[in-house]
Every structure is written in C-alpha cells, then in structure tokens.
Write a protein that binds this ligand. Sequence first.
Ligand code: TTP
Ligand code: MG
Length: 385
Amino acid sequence: MILHMDMDAFFASVEQRDHPTLKNKPVIISGRSKRSVVSTASYEARKFGIHSAMPVFMAQRLCRDLVIIPGNMEKYRCESGKIMKILAGFSPFVEQTSIDEAYMDLRGLNRLFGSPENIAATIKKNIEEHLGLTCSIGIAPVKFLAKIASDMNKPDGLTLISEDRMMSFIEGLPIGKISGIGKQAAKQMETLQIKTLGDIRQYPLSVLTAKFGKAGARLLELSNGIDQSKVTPEHIRKSISSETTLEDDTIDFEDIKRILLDRSQIVGALLRKKGLVCKTISIKIKLADFSQITRSRKLDTPVSSSSAIFNEALDLFKKIRLTKKIRLAGVGVSGLQDKNMPSQMSLLPIENTSKDQWESVDTAVDCISEKFGPHIIKKASLNLK
Ligand code: TTP
Ligand code: MG
C-alpha cells in the first residue's frame, strides 16, 4: 500500500498555530503588493469561497473580516523539514513531492507499526503532538489513488481505498480528479463520453493513443488499477548536473577541458553537500548547429570526488570525434546513493585509495568555499584563461 500525506492549509495553519488569536478566523497568506494573489486560505476563509491563486482584492470582497498575513517561506520550509523528518522515522521510502506533501511506501512496515490505518493514525498523532499541525492522509494500493484519497476528507482526514474497493472506486472516479488531467483535457474527453476513469475502458488502446498520445496509454493502465509510478526517495530519483553555454563557440580541446573541470567541481560539491555518491557520470555537448551529443558511463565503484567525476567526463569527451564547434557543455551524475550505504567494493582497492585521497582534498576545498565563497579556491588550470 502507498500512503500520501498532505498538510491542511499549510502556511495558514502554521500562522494560526503561532498566533493563537488567529485560530478559527478567516486567514489568508499572501504577498504585500496590490496585485498579490492568495497563497493559501485557512479553512474558515474557504467557507467564503476564497482559494489559492485568487487575487487578494477579490478575497477581501468575499470576506470583510479577512486577516491577511504576509508569508514567511523560511519558516514554512523549516516546518516542512520537521514534517519530513517525522515521516523518515517510519520508513526510508519517502518521496517528498512539494513543500507539504509526501508519499510513503508502506511495504514492510506492518510488523513495526501495524496496519496501514494504524501507521497513518500514528503519523497524524506525531505531527499534531510535535508540531501542532494537522494533515490529511490517503492510503491506496497505487500512488495516484493515494493522492486522490488524501484529498477526500480534508482537513484532518484519513481515507483508505482498499484493494477490494479499488475497481469500484475507479469506475466512478471523475476524470478531472486525476493529477495531470486539466480542464481542457477533461472537456475533450467528455465529447467521447468519458466522464469517469472507468469510462476509459470502453476504448481500445489504439483509439486512446491516437486521441491523447502517451497520456491515453497511461489512462488505460490507471483505469485497470495499474500505476507504474513508484515511491522514489530523493537519493534514488535525482540526478545532479551542471552545464554552461559558452560565450563563444569553440572546438579548442583545452577550453572544453577547462569547462568540464569547472562543471565537475560544481557537480561534485553539490553531491558531497548532500552526502551522496554517484554511480553514473555523463556529459552533454551541444554543437553550434544545435545538435546534441550525450555520453555516459556506469562505474564499478560509486564516487563523489570532483577529480573522479572530471576524469570520467574527460574520458567520455575524448572519445567523441568533434567536427563542429560546441556551444554548450555539461557534466551530470546519476545513480545517486547515500555515502554511507554499503555498496559492492571495487575489485581494485588501489584505485579506491587514490579516489579517497581526492575526496579529502575535496572536503577541505568544500569547507573553505563554504566559509569564504565559491570562487576563493579553484584548480590552477581554471585560471589559465
Ligand atoms: P496545498 O497543499 O495545495 O494547499 P494547502 O496545504 O494550503 O491546503 P490543503 O489543505 O488543500 O492541502 O499547498 C501547500 C502550500 O503551498 C500552501 O499552504 C501554500 C502554498 N501554495 C502557494 O503558495 N500557491 C498556490 O497556488 C498553492 C496551491 C499552494
Ligand atoms: Mg496541503
């Protein structure tokens, strides 16, 4: 089962918690300018028809007693971090998808924390007790339904769509509820008599893909209760890359080498900052005629030193036979994993040792850069030009 958690009126609830006089009052969070829109509205304000993205002047017209509060993103980010930490206490399989939303894969948690409903109730209790905030949780056998479920009984909701109920739920699910189906697409579908996800099954794959492209194929899968998307924690999902468009197109090897070195250092520093190592290194080259070349290599042993990244990037670049000037070059890493996660050791321990030495140089450089700024210390070769 997959769990989806979404905080209730997140920014507004944080302010209501921190300013008890605002409790039970219609409150919106917004910018200060005349043209500002509502970032979020407390549930008391929503009763007046006020919602996110509505111009503030309109919200004021709908509710005379409306309290308008300027947002404090730093505070909300900090609260978000605390919420994600609570979730991480239950499972490493947590995927944060926005400032106040996350998925959790519940497999294997039964023994520790009980049934899915128990897990959800404990999460809600922890968030309320530690942070004084409420959230809504949805649980379903697949990801897209978990998200829909979390929205069904807001605020402070807990909704479970069991395996048994799933198909009948899908049958009557309005098509517009599916994330990614906009109003326009929903209208278009209505002309085909498709109002619910169940209606999709009246059409063969060929018709759906002809009409809606890839989305058609995905909808057909969803209508059968199949959702290929998995809960993907950040360290698995993300890749890190850095690229630069050159001031002047060039084919000069030394110039390009310097760019790759510079980009490798940026990528390496980000990787180490996140406490990650990478297994795959790639380069991207765009030529003057806008065509693009990408190359990547999977390593036997994960690395995080800028030198290791650069050496691989340069090696990949050397294998390209360049006939035109380039206008953009970039370095990327993927296959990211936690630095402390055990991985298969390299068969060549000597190679490892030399990489480790560079890693300590990098760590020292990272510390200096953090303290004095990113340009205070760099490879001598980057100064040649
Ligand atoms: P949401 O989870 O979409 O909304 P919410 O938490 O305020 O309310 P709900 O109970 O319906 O989940 O967004 C989370 C936060 O993101 C929200 O508190 C403010 C911010 N946000 C914006 O700044 N602009 C927007 O248009 C939206 C939708 C949200
Ligand atoms: Mg929310």
